[in-house]
Design a protein around this ligand. Structure first.
Ligand SMILES: [Zn+2]
Length: 151
């Protein structure tokens, strides 16, 4: 048994209470019933993510990472529900909201990488911006490139 002593009054009168659950995020409150000391915490920090409006959006990291992890493995909401049930966790977040956030972040990262690559290509071309790029889509297919069909 763990006994928690209040940091203010030194008496073993702390209560631990789950005050809110936001998807898989938990907000916990520790309160001393003797002196009224209160300490609140969550099991995940908030992270700032870009949005389509240009203003950043704050979301709880644990919810975003659950959706990101599931989507990275090719799984969706039903798999997250099953996983949460097996793990005895709260219900998973609605995927649409977090997928939209992840899409904006991915697009932003892709644009930044393309801009960086463009500037590297210009630098390698002695500052001349007249550069030819060819795209045939064959890199998207597995197997022999002769098997690639444009249609
Ligand atoms: Zn106390």
């Amino acid at each position: 048994m763990v006994v928690c002593v209040c940091p203010e009054c030194g008496i073993e009168t702390l209560q631990l209470r789950l005050v809110n659950v936001v998807d898989v995020l938990s907000k916990v409150l520790i309160r001393c019933i003797h002196c009224g000391y209160v300490f609140k915490f969550t099991n995940s920090p908030k992270v700032s993510m870009p949005s389509r409006t240009g203003r950043s959006k704050e979301v709880y990291d644990v919810n975003l990472l659950l959706v990101y992890g599931m989507r990275s493995k090719g799984k969706a909401m039903s798999a997250a529900k099953e996983f949460s049930a097996v793990m005895n966790m709260p219900r998973p977040p609605k995927f649409n909201k977090y997928e939209a956030i992840l899409n904006v972040a991915s697009e932003k990262m892709c644009q930044e990488r393309m801009d960086t690559s463009k500037e590297e290509a210009v630098a390698q071309n002695s500052g001349d911006r007249d550069i030819v790029a060819a795209f045939d889509g064959s890199w998207q297919k597995r197997g022999h490139t002769g098997c690639f069909n444009e249609n």
